[in-house]
Write a protein that binds this ligand. Structure first.
Ligand SMILES: [Zn+2]
Length: 166
């Protein structure tokens, strides 16, 4: 059985980012015991990631890189938000480097990094942490199977074997 749309795919992978000087930095490593499981072809994953594993079967490996414009986009130097300091009265003012969980007006959650704190505002960098980065993946396919009707209705995978319903 090979990976195609509406399959539930389980992979282990190692993700590095490639810095401008060519050096690789390890970002994330999953294992066979704790794989990434996802519904293929519904937009959960970076499209280029899915394209690179299309047609593979369990046991197959793939190594590929994805350029920023096909991953999390280029960094926008002016994507900064001035958050009024009053917003942090109760929680306390976050330090520079803190990660803020925010949501946009469509209800999407994202994270922003505090880059400056002034008397009036907390300045947060709204760029995705992986923006501007070349992604380097080493992937091993652990399993692929047709999604269940319930998984298709929910739009997500219920674990490697479909029994982890939620
Ligand atoms: Zn579900």
């Amino acid at each position: 059985m090979t990976i195609e749309n509406n399959h539930v795919v389980a992979v282990s992978y190692i993700l590095h980012i490639i810095e401008e000087d060519g050096s690789k930095v390890l970002v994330e490593e999953t294992t066979a015991e704790n794989p990434l499981t996802f519904l293929y072809g519904v937009g959960m994953m970076i499209p280029k990631f899915e394209q690179n594993i299309l047609g593979l079967k369990a046991g197959d490996k793939a190594a590929f890189t994805i350029q920023p414009e096909e991953a999390y986009g280029e960094r926008q130097p002016d994507a900064l938000a001035q958050l009024p300091i009053d917003m942090f009265k109760e929680a306390g003012t976050p330090p520079v480097g803190a990660i803020l969980p925010l949501s946009d007006n469509q209800g999407n959650n994202f994270q922003a990094i505090v880059v400056e704190v002034t008397d009036e505002a907390v300045v947060a960098d709204l760029n995705h942490p992986m923006a501007g980065k070349v992604l380097d993946f080493q992937v091993e396919v652990l399993n692929t199977r047709p999604a269940t009707a319930e998984e298709l209705a929910h739009g997500h995978a219920h674990g490697i074997d479909g029994t982890d319903a939620h």
